[in-house]
Ligand binder design. Structure first.
Ligand SMILES: [Zn+2]
Length: 304
């Protein structure tokens, strides 16, 4: 049987295709930190290391912003030290330099900011400077991984498939209560009738029309100090056939959605991965996770 995910994803073509949710994360997690070039020298006599550190600190005190980079690196019998940036104009007196260091210096790169993830750290220590401070954050590492579809996902995707069978072009949205694992409301897209009636906006409107979300009830919740539950989409996820635009993404942010799952990217106006990553902006007052349904290669699918 062809899975709902396969039928709903326009790029699918093989029966062996397996799908997973791929997290859409901040660019800081998918690229290396910016690099800065530094001069490295090799210390002649290890017993002079503290003198050398004192002298070099007078020329270029190691900045706080680089405390994730250790200035010294010992390898077998060699001891290397980061002197100063390659663009630095003040250098050590020639006599003093010859007393402390071997002739040859070299230029290496160091990360300007601490590495956030293990893979970034591994590349930086292997290809650049081997002595960097790094503390692995297991929750952060985990949040970068693809995740398998749950039973709830399969049910919702099946539902979307059935709804969409006679109307493949339209966009659909289904809002789900995470705790009760039930769909609360769903909608198709009505933008042909009104430019603002995107499926996400209509679904939010339909949910807001429920009396439990009336102004009086929300006020009561605030008064009871259950403010975390007082937003419309607290504890809810939304499943979308298409990546939302900025308007819809902002509406989801304002309503405090917890997770957005979408099937098809929108390279022109997609606000959660394709064109923008609105959910990763540092200054917003609510964070939520976003996943895109992706096919994993058939070799992996065969092995599972
Ligand atoms: Zn929209």
């Amino acid at each position: 049987m062809i899975s709902p995910a396969k039928r709903l994803c326009s790029s699918s073509s093989s029966l062996l295709i397996k799908h997973q949710w791929h997290p859409i994360v901040d660019d800081d997690y998918i690229r290396l930190p910016n690099l800065q070039s530094m001069i490295v020298a090799r210390i002649k006599d290890h017993r002079l290391t503290s003198d050398i550190l004192q002298s070099i600190n007078n020329i270029y005190p190691w900045p706080n912003s680089l405390k994730h980079v250790k200035r010294l690196y010992r390898n077998d019998n060699h001891l290397d030290i980061l002197l100063y940036p390659s663009s630095f104009l003040t250098t050590m007196e020639k006599d003093q330099f010859e007393k402390y260091f071997e002739n040859e210096t070299r230029i290496i790169n160091i990360p300007e900011n601490p590495c956030l993830l293990r893979w970034q750290h591994d590349i930086c220590i292997n290809q650049h400077w081997p002595n960097l401070a790094f503390r692995e954050n297991k929750i952060l590492e985990q949040s970068q991984l693809n995740k398998d579809l749950t039973e709830q996902d399969e049910i919702i995707l099946d539902l979307l498939q059935k709804i969409q069978e006679n109307d493949k072009e339209s966009h659909y949205a289904i809002i789900v209560d995470n705790e009760k694992q039930i769909p609360l409301v769903g909608s198709r897209d009505y933008r042909h009738e009104h430019p603002l009636q995107h499926s996400t906006m209509v679904a939010i409107d339909l949910l807001a029309a429920n009396p439990i979300y009336s102004r009086e009830n929300l006020l009561k919740k605030f008064i009871e100090k259950k403010d975390k539950k007082a937003y419309l989409l607290n504890g809810c996820s939304i499943y979308l056939t298409h990546e939302p635009c900025i308007m819809c993404a902002m509406a989801l942010l304002h309503s405090r959605i917890s997770t957005v799952y979408y099937l098809n990217k929108n390279s022109h106006i997609g606000a959660l991965g394709s064109r923008y990553k609105l959910h990763t902006l540092k200054k917003t007052n609510h964070r939520f996770t976003v996943y895109h349904l992706e096919q994993i290669n058939s070799d992996n699918a065969l092995n599972t």
